[in-house]
Design a protein around this ligand. Structure first.
Ligand SMILES: [Zn+2]
Length: 401
């Protein structure tokens, strides 16, 4: 004996009585099979209903193959032989709006854009369908949405039934089923006729507005994210809030937002370029001052200095400016949580800087770090300018050897 699926005949009935005909488990959770149910089990892209049996939460509803029994999966076991079922109304209505809306949208895509629906995915977070075309233009999308919303406005009746084989053969069905036995057909006011086992609204007006919110290329097709009715309103409200905040922050109207952001981005890019040039000039000047205080080591001029509160990038730039001068060695450090030692030498200085760096890093307890013979860097541990100064002294001693 299997379950009579009452939701096929009435999507609006949310309370019912039933007999328990089997107690089982599903993935370790207790599950009941009832003689009849209005609970929709997950399938056809539509998520399962939720609700209660005798007040106990039904966390999931699944179809068991091959006998097609409907499993009502519970959070905790329930012993009663009879149950009173209650389906979560908001969740069911949301699924009805979106499932009927999806049928309308799929047919509108066929008629206005010659795009066929390949699959449908509905969840609490998103409603999407995949189509077989990847080249829809903004005009196509506008035409698809206009047609879909026209069908909503016309408030057409929606009918679901199990036709006899000869009636079925004569119907202009969008998506042919691949199941054996009786096929359930959903007719959205003569606009879209397709095989479907889902729960639907009675009239298209209940779907509310249908809006495509995202179209993302997937292989040779497109994943279309859409919202209907109350979700569309929520989406509109969220986006309206964001746009309003941006409008007041930038003191422009919503139509000027795109242009204004593009202008700000261009300004930002120009300012970054100016800042980079100014930093280079500053580093040139600072390097000259540092060089005037360099100590002589044979023919070489050595600048050894640790900085507090300056980034490794800034210190690296200074090192590069210093070693651009012939005969120069730069032994610099940037103190901080991830302190860095940055050592370099001019091209005409015949010295491998890596062992010098390693001698300094050893003082900090760091054994990693290195680079090329003319430029090397290491560190990553917390160190003060004083600790770095001690490490630089070790480097100078290594030079003396
Ligand atoms: Zn369907």
């Amino acid at each position: 004996m299997t379950t009579e699926r009452l939701y096929y005949d009435d999507s609006y009935q949310l309370a019912f009585s039933a007999e328990v005909i089997e107690r089982t488990t599903f993935k370790g959770k207790p599950a009941l099979v009832l003689d009849r149910t209005y609970f929709y089990p997950e399938g056809g892209g539509q998520p399962a209903d939720q609700g209660t049996l005798n007040g106990a939460p039904v966390v999931d509803v699944q179809t068991r193959e091959p006998d097609r029994a409907v499993l009502h999966i519970l959070a905790a076991p329930l012993d009663a032989p009879h149950v009173e079922g209650q389906i979560d109304r908001a969740r069911r209505l949301d699924h009805m709006q979106h499932h009927s809306g999806q049928h309308v949208l799929s047919q509108a895509l066929e008629r206005a854009a010659h795009a066929a629906t390949l699959s449908v995915h509905m969840s609490a977070d998103s409603m999407t369908l995949d189509i077989d075309r990847a080249d829809l233009t903004p005009d196509d999308w506008a035409a698809v949405e206009a047609l879909a919303n026209q069908i909503v406005l016309e408030d057409r009746p929606v009918r679901a039934w199990f036709p006899e084989p000869d009636e079925l053969a004569a119907l202009p069905i969008r998506k042919l089923p691949d199941v054996a036995g009786k096929v359930r057909i959903v007719d959205v006011g003569g606009f879209d006729i397709t095989a479907c086992g889902g729960t639907h609204v009675a009239r298209t007006g209940e779907i509310g507005v249908i809006k495509v919110v995202k179209a993302e290329r997937r292989g040779g097709g497109t994943r279309v994210e859409f919202r209907c009715g109350s979700r569309a309103l929520r989406d509109y409200r969220e986006k309206h809030d964001v746009v309003s905040r941006l409008m007041s922050a930038l003191t422009v109207g919503h139509r000027e937002l795109g242009e204004t952001v593009a202008r700000l981005q261009a300004e930002n890019k120009a300012l970054r370029a100016d800042l980079k040039a100014a930093r280079e000039q500053l580093a040139d000047a600072e390097a000259l001052v540092m060089l005037s205080g360099a100590t002589l080591h044979g023919d070489w001029r050595v600048v050894a200095r640790a900085f507090e509160g300056r980034s490794a990038d800034e210190v690296r730039l200074l090192a590069q400016k210093l070693i651009a001068q012939p005969g120069t060695l730069a032994l610099l450090g940037a103190a901080g949580d991830k302190a860095q030692l940055i050592f370099g030498r001019a091209a005409d200085v015949d010295l491998d800087i890596v062992p010098v760096l390693k001698a300094a890093l050893h003082t900090l307890g760091v054994e990693r770090g290195g680079g090329r013979p003319d430029f090397a860097q290491g560190g990553g541990v917390s160190a003060t300018a004083g600790q770095l100064q001690a490490a630089l002294s070790a480097a100078l001693s290594a030079l003396a050897r």
